[in-house]
Ligand binder design. Structure first.
Ligand code: UDP
Ligand code: MG
Length: 339
């Protein structure tokens, strides 16, 4: 069997501080794997620039000119981690046999990629990297993340516990992934739905090498909420249940106050009245809000807008003419006219 072509996809958003280190570490790894004849010489690194505002794209682009192993995909604007990752996976798919996705900050142990490949040789189509513990995360991040996984489980969403987007997928699995057309993208929920032979590799998660997290609390909450509402209708069922309970309670209260009335104690309270108005009003608002959330999702899905737009793709298309230095462009023209 010829060695598989591996592409490592790295989404980057304002990562100029950590990127040089990431690039050299991943290049070293790729070289090693090639020397061990585990992967093909055609294997590549694909850095996806998710509309960064700093020098991230320049770094990727310049490195790509010097080193044919490094390729870049520039998105037209910031579309968020999940969409950027998908853009990279889909672009890498056609020219690769398997694709590994990893964050730019080197928090995930890259030496585990070797084990991913070995599992691929054993016939796995998807290999999940799962961290053993979360000691390097802050207490806050750890507890919120764990709470999130537990809640998702309760809501009946099948997630791989403590697995972020560090995984290997085969071409076959990626082809299936592409058939999931949803606009509200939550890859961690979708990938387990693909099936095929899968396995898990455990590793220790390290600290971010440089730069800051691109997931502040607000984004994290939005991500969690998105994950829940994209994959589960349990919240709506829950609202229905509460509706039933409050309906039953109002029947009970109603009959209680009616009996009081017939017994002559007519002084039923203003308090109970006003509290129930507020209670019911509040419940209705929550329910409407929740339903609105799902309708909003449906609205987005029906529009079928593209999830990302590619500006430059040096992986599949090479370096666009207009970006070459004038000198190189002249050389290009000369060689063309010679042919
Ligand atoms: N990222 C991205 N687009 C965004 C936000 C983040 O491509 O809008 C990338 C980021 O560059 C990094 C990965 O997603 O490679 C994960 O982000 P980060 O490490 O900041 O998240 P954390 O590990 O703190 O959850
Ligand atoms: Mg990180």
């Amino acid at each position: 069997m010829t060695e598989p072509v591996l592409t490592i996809v790295v989404p980057c958003y304002n990562e100029e501080e950590v990127l040089p280190e990431t690039m050299s570490a991943l290049q070293r790894l790729l070289k090693e794997l090639m020397d061990e004849a585990l992967i093909s010489q055609q294997s590549k690194l694909l850095f996806v620039d998710d509309g960064s505002k700093d020098g991230t794209w320049e770094l990727i682009y310049k490195e790509g000119l010097q080193n044919s192993m490094v390729k870049g995909l520039k998105l037209s604007r910031n579309v968020g981690h999940q969409n950027a990752l998908l853009a990279g996976l889909i672009s890498a798919k056609d020219l690769s046999d398997c694709v590994v996705s990893i964050d730019a900050d080197l928090q995930d142990d890259i030496s585990v990629i070797r084990e991913f490949i070995l599992k691929y040789y054993e016939g796995c189509d998807i290999v999940y990297g799962v961290r053993k513990s979360r000691e390097t995360d802050s207490f806050f991040k750890r507890s919120t993340a764990q709470g999130f996984y537990k809640m998702m489980k309760r809501l009946g969403v099948d997630l791989v516990y403590n697995h972020a987007d560090f995984r290997l997928m085969s071409k076959r699995a990626l082809n299936e992934l592409q058939r999931f057309k949803e606009v509200n993208l939550f890859l961690r929920g979708i990938v387990p739905l693909i099936g095929f032979k899968t396995d898990i590799v455990y590793y220790d998660r390290l600290e971010r090498k440089a730069g800051e997290t691109k997931y502040p609390l607000k984004k994290m909450l939005a991500f969690a909420f998105d994950g829940i509402t994209s994959f589960s209708v349990s919240p709506i069922r829950f609202v229905l249940l509460i509706g039933f309970i409050s309906f039953l309670m109002s029947l009970m209260f109603g009959s209680y106050f009616l009996t009081l009335k017939f017994l002559g104690h007519t002084q039923t309270g203003w308090t109970s009245l006003i509290t129930s108005i507020w209670l019911i009003g509040g419940l209705q608002l929550i329910a409407i809000g929740l339903i609105g959330e799902y309708i909003g999702k449906i609205y987005k899905e029906t529009k079928q807008r593209p999830k990302y737009i590619v500006d430059i793709d040096t992986f599949n298309l090479g370096v666009p003419r207009r970006l070459l230095d004038p000198v190189e462009e002249d050389l290009g023209r000369i060689s063309e006219s010679n042919q």
